[in-house]
Design a protein around this ligand. Structure first.
Ligand SMILES: [Ca+2]
Length: 168
């Protein structure tokens, strides 16, 4: 006989998503009406997965990411065979000390020969910090339409993180 608690635990584990790709739209050379030309993009980060939001496994590491163009979505793929509930970008360097900004972030699983659609839906976004109304969920709202649909942290210090909890 299968114990109910065991069955429930196994069922939950099978829903964890195995991330194999992410995309980022940063903030670079945007003509801001108040700040002028801005370069507030991340340059170095690790993409990590976790089962408990406490212990993290490194899945991807990037340095020297300085070739951001306005509105361009940068794509990163990596090897991974483990499903996680939590994923985050642990940002260790940015171009500018004034702000760190992400306009939009996506995470995908491998599907067939390619990758599926964004799995960051129905869960909970969080970050180490944010400024004003530029809350972390704005990095996952599928919009780069206006200056208000961004996650931003002013006078930021390293390390800073942007996280998505896919839920149970
Ligand atoms: Ca957004």
């Amino acid at each position: 006989m299968i114990k109910p608690w065991l069955y429930k635990h196994q069922a939950a584990a099978t829903t964890w998503k195995v991330a194999r790709k992410y995309t980022l739209i940063a903030y670079n050379n945007n003509a801001n009406p108040y700040l002028g030309t801005c370069q507030f993009y991340p340059k170095e980060w690790k993409f990590q997965g976790s089962h408990d939001a406490s212990t993290w496994d490194d899945l991807d590491s990037q340095t020297g990411q300085t070739s951001w163009s306005p509105g361009v979505k940068k794509e990163y793929t990596f090897a991974n065979s483990t499903g996680y509930r939590y994923y985050r970008w642990l940002i260790s360097a940015g171009e500018n000390a004034s702000y760190i900004i992400i306009k939009e972030a996506e995470i995908m699983e491998a599907v067939g020969e390619g990758y599926g659609s964004d799995i960051c839906t129905g869960g909970t976004a969080s970050a180490g910090h944010y400024t004003g109304t530029y809350t972390p969920d704005k990095a996952f709202d599928d919009s780069i339409a206006t200056e208000s649909t961004i996650w931003a942290y002013q006078s930021w210090t390293s390390p800073e993180w942007l996280q998505y909890d896919l839920g149970t």
